[in-house]
Design a protein around this ligand. Sequence first.
Ligand SMILES: [Mn+2]
Length: 332
Amino acid sequence: MTPDVRGGGSVPGRDWDRAVGLVSSADEVALACHISPDADALGSMLALGMALRARGKRVTASFGERRFRVPRLLRFLPGQELLVEPGAYPPSPELMMTFDVPIADRLGVLAANAGKARELVVVDHHASNTGFGTLNLVDPGAAATAVLVEELLDRLGLPVDRDVATCLYAGLVTDTGSFRHSSTTPEAHAMAARLLATGLDPEEMARELWDRSPFGYLRVLGAALDRVELDRSTGQGLVWTFVTRADRAAYGLPYDELEGIIDVVRRTDEADVAVVLKEDDDGAWQVSTRSKGGVDVSRVCAALGGGGHAKAAGFTSHLPVEQTMASFRALL
Ligand SMILES: [Mn+2]
């Protein structure tokens, strides 16, 4: 195994060439990632944005939430000075690029801008990607969207400095579950080796991403674990719980601090499927689901209007908890 093995293998060479042509000839590039950005979405976007800016291009980056706010645990990522609120985003960009976005809906309010873009380059690794771009760089075999961005940077001849590498590594390390998921391939580790060689600090990043939270998180986690249920009626074993707005309000805990709860719940031996329902600030339920492999949760979530990967997916529900869980159980 050579250390230079790369991802993006299922994207045809002519598509890479077209992407290189589009990006090289553009003076201005508008970048967007999915709403409620995770480290792969935001990191991939900022990585390309910083590299293009260093090449002298005008870069705008955003995600389509009216209440525009970078999640606290991603604020350590470099390149955030590229971010603009969706209202300041080019209404009809010459060249727009999206990162980690499987369907146009996940662009939020920027879906309108994408619809008016002259060229729309979709960079993603979701198997469920609908191919909504004028050019789609989609490789479901890639461990992260960051893998595709690294390949694009290489083809563009743009250097990966420590800041760019930090953003790419954030995407790679989170989407592989800290190199624990089945996406932990020789290619993934080879990419990690290249990124680490720039001198980024993996210990500091791990602390930012997983190992810190306000004290209130422990109380809210406690409330979630206090009401956790193990349901064996579905055959696969289902473990689930929920967190209300009131739980968070008691400790002033922002919604985006709830990310890690599913990782505690999903460890249950007796369950193949884990679900955490999180009430957001608008009163909607954001439902995170995980599978150990017996169930393709992306299909269940897609049937409920969401999506994701076979072992990690989600959807939004406007129904009460019990009704949402009844629909979910019926689809298992
Ligand atoms: Mn991803």
